[in-house]
Design a protein around this ligand. Structure first.
Ligand code: HEC
Length: 135
């Protein structure tokens, strides 16, 4: 009994994402392995760099993920294009985050275009999700 409680505690504290989003990350992982032979697991440090660095976005202007999502993921953000407030991205601050694989796929595709003017690779998507999960 004691061990079961401990196991549950660990699994919930480590998994700040729903089972379907965890499943999506496993799919990203297998694609990342085929695209990069030196791939050795997702990395929150690389994810942070992806999230905080500035690039020339789709509109030809400097953009970062933090242009719309706050640098502190527990805080609300503000869409730099529309001015609309965005709820916090942190799954700890906002339990609705990382619950729907469909939403996550849709927004990662759109948001990588906004910031990088291209789609993210499987490794980049997994790295940035790993970073978001830890915040
Ligand atoms: C132009 C503004 C903008 C930029 C730049 C942006 N986002 Fe977003 N993002 C949004 C909006 C708007 C939503 C959807 C509204 C919402 O969920 O509150 C969203 C939703 C998301 C979600 C969905 C989370 C969930 O489970 O609900 C993820 C993940 C995400 N963004 C990651 C990123 C990453 C990674 C970057 C950088 C590559 C990025 N965003 C850059 C505006 C932006």
């Amino acid at each position: 009994m004691k061990y079961l409680a401990l196991a549950l505690l660990f699994s919930t504290s480590l998994m700040a994402a729903s089972p379907e989003v965890v499943q999506y990350m496993k799919e990203l992982e297998s694609v990342a392995k085929t695209e990069n032979r030196t791939f050795n697991g997702f990395d929150a440090v690389r994810g942070k760099e992806i999230f905080t660095s500035t690039h020339t976005g789709k509109q030809g202007k400097p953009m970062a993920c933090t242009s719309c999502h706050s640098l502190n993921l527990a805080n609300p953000g503000k869409n730099s294009l529309t001015g609309k407030v965005i709820d916090p991205l942190s799954p700890r601050a906002n339990p609705q985050r990382l619950t729907s694989a469909k939403e996550v796929k849709k927004w990662l595709k759109r948001n990588f275009m906004d910031v990088y003017a291209r789609e993210g690779t499987a490794q980049e998507k997994g790295d940035v999700l790993t970073y978001i999960m830890k915040n």
